[in-house]
Write a protein that binds this ligand. Structure first.
Ligand SMILES: NC(=O)c1ccc[n+]([C@@H]2O[C@H](COP(=O)([O-])OP(=O)(O)OC[C@H]3O[C@@H](n4cnc5c(N)ncnc54)[C@H](O)[C@@H]3O)[C@@H](O)[C@H]2O)c1
Length: 339
């Protein structure tokens, strides 16, 4: 079995590669990643010399590169993690999000059809459903909720989902889609809430919290996202959407206070800043379908997972320093000349 993992040098794709290379020694795991600011080869260092792992630097929007690669490698399964993924950046520069997240997905689906890939899986997000009110905790996103996006990021992901449905119906692409809640865990780029707050707390800097901090996110450990995708690509029903979430709703301010407490820093470091434009109030996933149909169950609870993630960030200061400094560029040149 040969699996293409796009965006495998990013946070979730990287964790997924670690998981798959270990779990399936007889599979070939092949990564394509454009190595944007969010892609980081240091994340793949622990598996880069494994027999069943290969890396290509390349852009999913580059049609001729992708078609040549598919012809050469003959993938059985394609899993598309590659994306521009940061909401704030999508507000600054929507165009890049449309290009990578929509057109890149189309290129991959065209190649999958041409080379008769057995399964195409689109890694989507719960943000395609928009948001839920804060005062109705009983409401959850199910797979049949309408797509109602708030940011250029979520609109680009929803557009890609619609395109996947169209390719299933019109061209018979054997595809599935998963929509996951907010992830946390090792190797997350320190611009996202949890690693950013850990970094700032460790450096005694102010921790900027949007608005009143009461926006709610449903946190899932990245490991549990990986086990869900593994199940979907092996057992999920073609044409179906699967929500993935761990029933771990927390307000942003609670998450920030947990981090401060864990690293022994005062709450006076919290600084409330002007709210994000179009900021979604609450996300909450109903994962009943994947639990019942595929037997998926998350193994992490948030209290334990956040402690481990804080420890990982403390123990891996070098990784963090490298991904945000010019050192990373030097490393790439020296260690990955062949790419
Ligand atoms: N992080 C979350 O909480 C979360 C939750 C649900 C779904 N998702 C989805 O999961 C996927 C992965 O998210 P992440 O947090 O790991 O993102 P990330 O930003 O950490 O990683 C994205 C990766 O894609 C690569 N990439 C970007 N543009 C590319 C292109 N044109 N060609 C090839 N590679 C390209 C980057 O270099 C990077 O390695 C995304 O599709 C995202 O929408 C993320």
């Amino acid at each position: 079995m040969k699996i293409l993992v796009t965006g495998g040098a990013g946070f979730i794709g990287g964790n997924f590669c670690h998981y798959m290379v270990d779990k399936y020694p007889s599979y070939q795991i092949v990564v394509v990643d454009a190595l944007t600011y969010a892609g980081n080869l240091h994340t793949l260092t622990p598996i880069k010399d494994k027999q069943n792992f290969k890396f290509y630097k390349g852009d999913i929007t580059d049609r001729s590169f992708i078609l040549d690669l598919f012809e050469k490698e003959k993938f059985d399964i394609v899993i598309n993690f590659a994306a521009e993924s940061h909401v704030d950046r999508s507000i600054e520069n929507p165009e890049l999000f449309l290009k990578t997240n929509i057109l890149g997905t189309q290129v991959l689906m065209d190649a999958s059809l041409k080379f008769k890939v057995k399964r195409f899986h689109q890694v989507s997000t719960d943000e395609v459903y928009g948001d839920l009110p804060l005062d109705k905790p009983e409401l959850l996103f199910s797979e049949t909720n309408p797509l109602q996006t708030s940011s250029p990021y979520s609109a680009s992901k929803a557009s890609a989902d619609l395109l996947v449905h169209a390719y299933i119906r019109t061209f018979g692409l054997p595809a599935t889609i998963s929509r996951c809640s907010n992830n946390y865990g090792p190797y997350q780029f320190p611009e996202k809430l949890i690693p950013l707050m850990i970094k700032k707390a460790l450096n005694n800097e102010n921790l900027p919290v949007y608005g009143n901090g009461l926006n709610v996110r449903d946190w899932l450990h990245v490991y549990d996202h990986c086990t869900a995708i593994d199940l979907i690509v092996h057992k999920g029903k073609i044409g179906d959407v699967y929500n993935i979430g761990g029933n771990n709703e927390r307000t942003n301010i609670d998450v920030v206070k947990t981090i401060l407490k864990e690293v022994g820093k005062p709450e006076s470091l919290i600084e409330y800043v002007t709210d994000r434009k179009g900021h979604d109030l609450r996300y909450a996933i109903d994962p009943t379908k994947i639990e019942k149909e595929l037997g998926w169950k998350p193994v992490y609870n948030f209290d334990e997972g956040i402690k481990q993630t804080i420890k990982w960030n403390i123990d891996n200061q070098e990784w963090i320093h490298n991904v945000i400094s010019g050192e990373y560029l030097r490393f790439m040149k020296e260690n990955y000349k062949k790419y």
